[in-house]
Design a protein around this ligand. Structure first.
Ligand code: FAD
Length: 584
């Protein structure tokens, strides 16, 4: 049975309209005054159709076909080039892009919902426009007017693609170790030389230009991260006629053989004196790249959510059809496996994560829209701090829970889940990379504890936790409120422990992932509080009952995990650091 996917547009609309007060928040943002949840719903309905009709059918065949390197050129899986052309033709890459450069100027919130559906339908495909958008953002924020005039419009519309080239064989998390060089040529351009590995969308056969943003060192640059600059290196340069038809001195050395996202070309890239131009100031490359990486990190979190939802939908459908065993209520067997308590627990766990995660993603995206556009500087700053705080949480927790969800959904299929044709093992394999790329989840957790908790003296964290407490107090959510108060108290205490450990790398490192998980459990529980508070607006009693049951499951089966993480934080680093390295 091939996998199926139903775009969750009705749920998205409910979240925007009733849970997140989207219309009123957009009304305060110049340029977005006319954007309502109704309009967002219409756009997302069209997007959902494109995902189910064009992208999802290519997912399983794309996984089987993979990508190939033929005579130095990447050949993508059948149908990908045509689907990309249609995607661009329909204007999807520029949905939230700057209208001055050909974008449609819609909110990031709508973009993130599109990202979820594209990731659910076909993650390998989704990385092409995703990386292109990240490149456009970095260029828009840091590029010269000249570079923007030439490249930005093409990237915003998706006519050209983008790639992000940071990683080298000996420089992954620690980019300060990178060796790629950029030598000035005296005419404003640079000769870029070096080898990058693991470069997503590094090359393809869509017949367009590919704009690589490459981290490199200028001559005499200091060692470490301060010596890194960002360069724009296109696959095609303008030739004598002015058309972009001259191949730059860069090539694909190899394609990586990998666990998942088989239809996405992950390239070893060789730059052999390739022509490039500086983006932003010399030595400030990492800063410029962070613009791209922050947007990408949220996008990666959304990928985890999208895959989790797609896997869950398939697991629910299968559990209704698959007949095995007898039910406890004495019905003659075999019964659909959804009757069995253990199967129900797996399905509940999946949905109890997906629903509040979608709400938290949208909440974060609305804060991004406010940070981008609100007329009041203090309001923008507060929103920006929220985004900074939530970025590592969304990236790491959504992909960890997302992976866990794909595994549970696969488990519902029993042995059939292990077989390629069912599509479930692909969700598991594809989800696994989301925990690793764009900075591993461990590194996200370290970012949270070492930079975000203490950001602006801890004020953004304080405001965030106070907001959660106020919503719990306002709510009438019974057992969920009781459990949430307990978990929030643990998070408060853990936050104080983290703040007190500031500068102690072992203490922070040992606590980091535990703290991020605790933070995420409380944040998702907060979204359950808000969803339940808004549920009376739903006309359909079955939907209200569904949310009540899922929130109850979250309160009694998921939220108690908070205690485990809190206990580990209390245990401190002593146990982790005690064993001598030689004794492992
Ligand atoms: C399929 C795929 C696609 C990718 N796409 C791109 C791309 O488009 N562009 C690009 O530039 N890169 C890309 N990457 C690279 C990816 O971002 C890196 O692999 C990732 O950031 C980790 O770097 P690394 O592999 O060198 O691991 P390492 O940095 O060697 O880390 C190994 C382990 O050590 C941990 N660790 C490392 N340093 C620390 C520390 N200071 N504190 C605590 N723990 C630490 C890590 O969490 C990890 O568990 C891709 C990778 C893959 C596999």
């Amino acid at each position: 049975m091939p996998s199926t996917y139903q775009p969750p547009v009705a749920t998205m609309r409910f979240l925007l309209e009733h849970v997140l007060d989207f219309d009123a928040q957009m009304a305060a943002l110049p340029g977005l005054e006319e954007v309502t949840s109704e309009l967002a719903g219409e756009v997302l309905t069209m997007a959902g159709r494109m995902c189910t009709e064009r992208l999802a059918p290519l997912n399983l065949p794309g996984d089987a076909a993979g990508t190939k390197l033929v005579d130095g050129n990447v050949v993508t899986a059948p149908g990908f080039a045509e689907a990309y052309a249609e995607f661009v033709e329909a204007g999807w890459p520029g949905l939230a892009g700057d209208p001055e450069f050909g974008g449609q100027g819609l909110p990031r919130t709508v973009q993130i919902m599109l990202d979820e559906m594209v990731s659910a339908a076909n993650l390998s495909f989704g990385l092409f426009p995703g990386l292109t958008r990240g490149a456009a953002e970095a260029l828009a924020a840091h590029g010269s007017d000249e570079l923007k005039a030439t490249y930005l419009g093409k990237l915003v519309t998706g006519e050209w693609c983008g790639a992000m080239a940071l990683t080298e064989a000996s420089a992954g998390t620690d980019l300060g170790l990178l060796r790629t060089r950029a030598e000035p040529r005296g005419d404003g351009s640079y000769a870029v030389t070096g080898t990058k590995i693991f470069i997503s969308s590094g090359d393809q056969d869509f017949g367009n230009n590919i704009v690589h943003l490459v981290l490199a060192r200028l001559p005499d640059a200091p060692a470490g991260v301060k010596g890194i600059s960002l360069l724009l290196v296109p696959k095609f340069l303008p030739g004598a006629s002015g058309a972009f038809d001259e191949r730059n001195a860069m090539s694909v050395g190899a394609l990586e053989h990998k666990m998942g996202i088989h239809a996405q070309p992950t390239c070893v890239m060789n730059y052999d004196g390739a022509t490039g131009w500086l983006v932003g100031k010399a030595g400030r490359g990492l800063n410029a790249m962070f613009t791209m990486m922050n947007a990408e990190r949220l996008f990666v979190g959304i990928q985890g959510l999208g895959l989790a939802d797609a896997a869950t939908q398939n697991a629910v459908a299968y559990a209704r059809e698959r007949l095995q065993g007898r039910a406890a209520d004495g019905r003659p067997g075999p019964v659909p496996i959804i009757a069995h308590a253990d199967v129900r627990k797996m399905l509940l766990a999946c949905r109890a994560f997906v629903e509040p995660a979608r709400a938290l993603a949208a909440w974060t995206a609305i804060r991004m829209d406010i940070a981008d556009r609100h007329p009041d500087a203090a309001t923008r700053d507060a929103a920006s701090a929220d985004v900074a705080l939530l970025t590592p949480v969304v990236k790491a927790a959504f992909t960890d829970f997302g992976f866990e969800t794909t595994v549970l959904a696969q488990q519902v299929f029993g042995g059939h889940g292990y077989i390629h044709e069912a599509g479930m093992e692909q969700f598991v394999r594809d989800a696994r990379i989301t925990q690793i790329y764009e900075g591993t989840n461990g590194v996200q957790a370290i970012d949270l504890v070492s930079r975000k908790v203490t950001l602006n003296g801890g004020a953004p964290l304080r405001a965030y936790l106070d907001g959660i407490a106020a919503d719990i107090d306002k709510s009438d959510s019974g057992d969920l409120a009781v459990q949430m108060r307990a978990a929030l108290a643990m998070l408060e205490e853990a936050s104080a422990t983290i703040a007190a450990a500031s500068g102690d790398a072992d203490a922070l490192g040992a606590a980091a992932t535990e703290y991020l998980n605790l933070f995420a459990l409380v944040s998702l529980g907060w979204m359950w509080v808000r969803i339940l508070a808004a549920a009376p607006a739903l006309e359909d009693a079955r939907s209200r009952d569904t949310y009540a049951a899922l929130a109850a499951y979250y309160a009694s089966y998921v939220l108690p995990r908070a205690g485990l993480h809190a206990a580990r934080i209390v245990a401190g680093p002593a146990t982790v650091m005690a064993l001598d390295e030689a004794l492992f």
